[in-house]
Ligand binder design. Structure first.
Ligand code: OVV
Length: 393
């Protein structure tokens, strides 16, 4: 029998400060029963990583949120990547991997670098700016929608849409209802935007339709794969970049370390993801009865994997709560692990590296100018605002 916990990992107190509660879950045992959800939970690195690796037992096609698609109607037509198992997943994943390739990122790098440098130049000249609304939310929107080839009209719906979908992985609580209120337009805009006729030539969106023309997927599947870019590619990097700046502002000696060697930019971003993982949790569903660390989990159970708690498990990481850009972060589960590991991780890393480098080259000191304000979301650890003050280099 697993330990029973009464805490609700989706209530507002938990979502506002998840790190204050992770130790309780890790210490309760390798597998816990979350009474508030009627689901199991795992928060220790070893079990989280093992579950992510065993995609046959811990499947995704029954949804990676609380809802079991075998019993409930999905919130939206399921993702053909995130909410799919092999063999479907492997077919869609390999065609998407060919589009989000090293070669295409190499071409984009100089264009994105120029945009990062220009944006940071403008912010540095002002000395005070908001790291979320004026940097974290701005940079991905400067580079990503053009890369996909989205129509210009309505791009502001992207953040609302992502927030809705990431909320929908949790229960139908007040955070979910609040995030949806008045946002119907975002959902219909995304559906419209993913259609072949609305995508610009030369982007990753049209590349998915080219894969359909080559017989690798159907026309309907292509639209849904383009939707994955839109859902997973914006709010994640927005909060990843915002938390990177938060980490650097709260750890001035680490920022100075980065300034002294800007080649540490990629490591700083990776460590910021371990230290504060944007995607906090995902569920899996057991495809069979399975024993984990002496606990029997029945078939058809929902299991909540606390990725962010695993990334700070003291059994895996030394001094896990401290942000240290030179630490070895390999094996962190901020991008997941195994066959579903983030498809866009190289995109996220490139964005993070370019912002970190631009800041390190142009700023001599970075200070909080107020408390960070959180935006509650059932899956993402998100920021609404974080005012900072800088000294130019
Ligand atoms: C990783 C992720 C998050 C949300 C949505 C999707 C993927 C998707 O494939 O739609």
């Amino acid at each position: 029998m697993p330990a029973t916990l009464t805490l609700d990992p989706f209530d507002e107190a938990f979502l506002a400060d998840p790190y204050a509660h992770h130790e309780t879950i890790r210490n309760a045992g390798p597998v816990v029963w979350l009474e508030a959800l009627g689901a199991y939970g795992m928060a220790r690195y070893a079990e989280v990583q093992a579950a992510l690796r065993d995609h046959v037992t811990f499947c995704s096609a029954r949804g990676v949120g609380l809802a079991d698609f075998a019993r409930e109607t999905p919130f939206r037509p399921p993702s053909l990547l995130l909410e799919a198992d092999p063999p479907l997943h492997d077919r869609t994943r390999s065609l998407m991997n060919k589009i989000v390739s090293l070669g295409s990122l190499k071409e984009l790098r100089p264009v994105w670098q120029a945009k990062a440098e220009r944006l940071v130049d403008e912010l540095v000249a002002r000395r005070h700016f908001d790291a979320v609304t004026e940097l974290g939310e701005v940079f991905p929107m400067l580079v990503f929608p053009d890369t996909i080839g989205l129509m210009d009209e309505g791009r502001e719906h992207l953040l609302d849409y992502a927030a809705i979908v990431f909320n929908a992985f949790g229960p139908r609580n007040a955070v979910f209802e609040e995030g949806n209120r008045g946002k119907e337009a975002a959902i219909s805009w995304v559906a419209e935007t993913c259609r072949r006729g609305n995508l610009k030539p030369g982007g990753w969106g049209m590349a998915v339709y080219a894969a359909a023309d080559a017989g690798l997927c159907t026309e309907d599947e292509a639209g849904r794969l383009v939707r994955s870019f839109l859902t997973a590619g914006v709010d994640t990097t927005v909060n990843g970049i915002s938390h990177l700046v938060l980490a650097l502002a709260q750890h001035p000696s680490e920022f100075q370390r980065l300034r002294a060697n800007t080649k540490l930019a990629t490591r700083a971003f990776e460590e910021s993801l371990r230290w504060d993982s944007t995607v906090q949790t995902f569920f899996r569903t057991t495809a069979r009865e399975v024993e984990v660390a002496g606990v029997t989990i029945p078939e058809g159970a929902k299991v909540l994997l606390f990725l962010a708690a695993a990334n700070r498990d003291p059994a895996r990481w030394s001094d896990p709560d401290s942000f240290r850009i030179e630490r070895n972060t390999s094996g962190h589960v901020g991008f997941g692990f195994g066959i579903h590991q983030c498809l866009g991780q190289m995109v996220a890393r490139l964005e993070g590296e370019l912002v970190a480098t631009a800041l390190a080259e142009r700023v001599s000191a970075l200070r909080p100018a107020g408390a960070p304000v959180r935006r509650l979301n059932n899956t993402l650890h998100a920021l609404a605002s974080f005012p900072v003050e800088i000294d130019p280099a």
